[in-house]
Structure formats: C-alpha cells, structure tokens
Design a protein around this ligand. Structure first.
Ligand SMILES: C[S@@+](CC[C@H](N)C(=O)[O-])C[C@H]1O[C@@H](n2cnc3c(N)ncnc32)[C@H](O)[C@@H]1O
Length: 293
C-alpha cells in the first residue's frame, strides 16, 4: 500500500479546481498527481517530473493503464529544469507546484541500488544513471577528509570522524561492496545509539544527498517553479531532513524579499498522529508553502 505523505494538507493548500493546471515536481508513484487530478477535471492537466528513468517508465505504464494520458504528461527530467521543460512543453496557466522530496518507497524496496541499509545490494545510490559518481566510489576511494565532510555537510552525522576512520581501515583489507556491509561498519563504531533510528541512517542520507546533488537541485527547483507560476499560484514543499528544510526556508525568504512572495505556512505543517501511525515513514515530514502575489 502506498501512502502519499501529507496529501490532505497539500490539497487543502493547493485548492485544485475544475480545469486548472499543476506541476508535480516529484512524481514517484504518482500519489499526489492522481489526487490532484480528481479535483481538476475534465480538462485540468498535470506536468509531472520523475528523474529516475526506471520509475519514469513504470509511471508512463501506470498513466496508460489508468487511461490518464490526456490529463498527465510525465517527463524524465530533473526538477531543477522546471522552467526550461515548461517552456519546451508549452505548459501554461500553472496554479501550483508540489515537491515531495527524497526518494520513493520503490527505491528502498525494489531498485536494487543500495539505498536501504536493510538490504544487501551493490553500493550505487544514484537516482539517475547519468550521474557520474556512485556510493561505491565514494566509500572506497574518497579521502578520509572528504568522507568526514560529506557525512557532516550532507547528513549532519555527529560521529563523522569515527565512521570515516572505520571505513578507511576496513577498505585497506578489502573493498566495501554492499549496503549491508556499510551499515554494519557504521553500526559497529557509532557510540550514540538512538532507539528508533538505525545508526547508519545519517550516513546513508549523506551519501544519497551528495551523490544526487539533492540540496542544489532543491534550491534551483523552487526558484524555477516560482518563475513559471501564475499570479496567485502556490508552491508546496514536503521535506524529510533538516538540511532540506534549511534550504527551503532560505529560498522562501529570498523570494519574499525579492518578489514579495507570501509565505503561507507561518508554522511548519507536520503529519497528524493518525498519519504517522498509518505510515511511520511520514514522521519526519515537514510541509512549507508559498504563494505568488
Ligand atoms: C518521495 S518521492 C515522491 C512520491 C510521490 N509524491 C508519490 O506519492 O508517489 C520523490 C520522487 O522524486 C524523484 N526525484 C528526486 N529528485 C528529483 C529531481 N531532482 N527531479 C525529479 N524527480 C526527482 C525521486 O526519484 C522519487 O521518485
């Protein structure tokens, strides 16, 4: 079962209506897109972005199966290029854009690319194979100093030095090949153990965020989305880690100062207890929204 995060709250903010157009910057399994389409018939359209080519193919098949081709166009593009793609597609009158950041459940469970510390898979972690660097290369060839910086700057790992030391020591004996091996190394050296959180969470998050330039894409993506919005249009951003939230706040502030954007969510919106019970993965989610005056 797929539970799109903060779905009800997203709809309440975007207020989709008959024949309105929206952008889904992170299609994934389509949860937010298909819900928006329920409100925007008969002619409202969605332009959806999915950077992962495999998930994009699955998405195209799903849209075809549901006979939704006339209402939703899915593109295999990075959302940092929203402005260019919108122009190429001739997509206009955009009333809202939704970003539901990170990766999909599909990535953890089915991609086979080492995103999850629970599976024994090759260390890849690229959302798109055009990206040059893999987790294997970083873990086995980056210097101690670079590893420490990545773990700190992209995952807020408090024990970055100890973890990097252990990795460098182990790789002298043999290459570190799999997500499970990496998770075990991190688990063995970390002193601070949090009850509900796996000790390798931050290291995996750091690698994924760094490899896929997620923070850089986010900064570009929000600015690009703002440029294509209609007057009165809104942007909803759902994030799952502190570093993303920091960037969202910074870009929102910039847009407020530069373009008089209105920040709708004075306080960040969090999932309800009921949502967290139904979908524990939603527990770290934060929603912020902006309106173009
Ligand atoms: C959390 S999931 C979205 C889930 C979706 N809202 C749903 O309900 O199924 C995020 C998706 O965005 C994609 N993604 C990540 N970075 C992207 C980027 N820069 N451009 C486009 N898609 C991206 C990921 O591959 C992933 O499938």
């Amino acid at each position: 079962m797929h539970y799109p995060v903060l779905l009800k709250e997203t709809i309440e903010i975007l207020e989709p209506k008959e024949n309105e157009n929206f952008i889904d910057a992170t299609f994934g399994e389509g949860g937010h897109s298909f819900e928006i389409l329920k409100y925007t018939g008969p002619k409202g359209k969605i332009l959806a972005f999915e950077w992962d080519p495999e998930l994009y193919q699955l998405g195209v098949a799903k849209i075809k199966n549901l006979k939704m081709e006339k209402r939703i166009k899915l593109v295999n593009q990075n959302f940092k290029n929203i402005k260019r793609v919108v122009k190429e597609e001739g997509f206009t009158q955009i009333k809202g854009v939704v970003f539901d950041l990170g990766i999909s459940s599909w990535h953890y469970k089915k991609s086979g690319r080492g995103f999850s510390f629970k599976n024994d898979e090759p260390l890849d972690m690229r959302i798109n194979p055009q990206i040059k660097i893999t987790a294997f290369e970083i873990i086995n060839y980056y210097s101690y100093k670079d590893l420490v910086e990545i773990f700190k700057n992209y995952g807020e790992e408090k024990e970055a030095e100890r973890v990097a030391e252990a990795i460098v020591k182990r790789r002298k004996e043999k290459k570190i090949e799999s997500s499970k091996e990496l998770a075990e190394i991190v688990g063995q050296v970390k002193k601070i153990k949090k009850k509900k959180i796996h000790p390798a969470t931050q290291v995996f998050m750091a690698l994924r965020t760094f490899i896929n330039s997620e923070l850089e894409n986010l900064k570009e993506g929000i600015k690009s989305a703002y440029d294509v919005l209609d007057k009165g249009g809104k942007i909803v951003v759902i994030s799952f880690q502190g570093l993303e939230d920091k960037i969202i706040k910074e870009v929102f502030k910039l847009l407020k100062e530069r373009s008089k954007a209105l920040i709708i969510t004075k306080n960040v919106i969090r999932p309800t207890k009921e949502e967290i019970l139904k979908n524990p993965k939603s527990r770290s989610a934060k929603l912020r929204a902006l309106k173009k005056p």
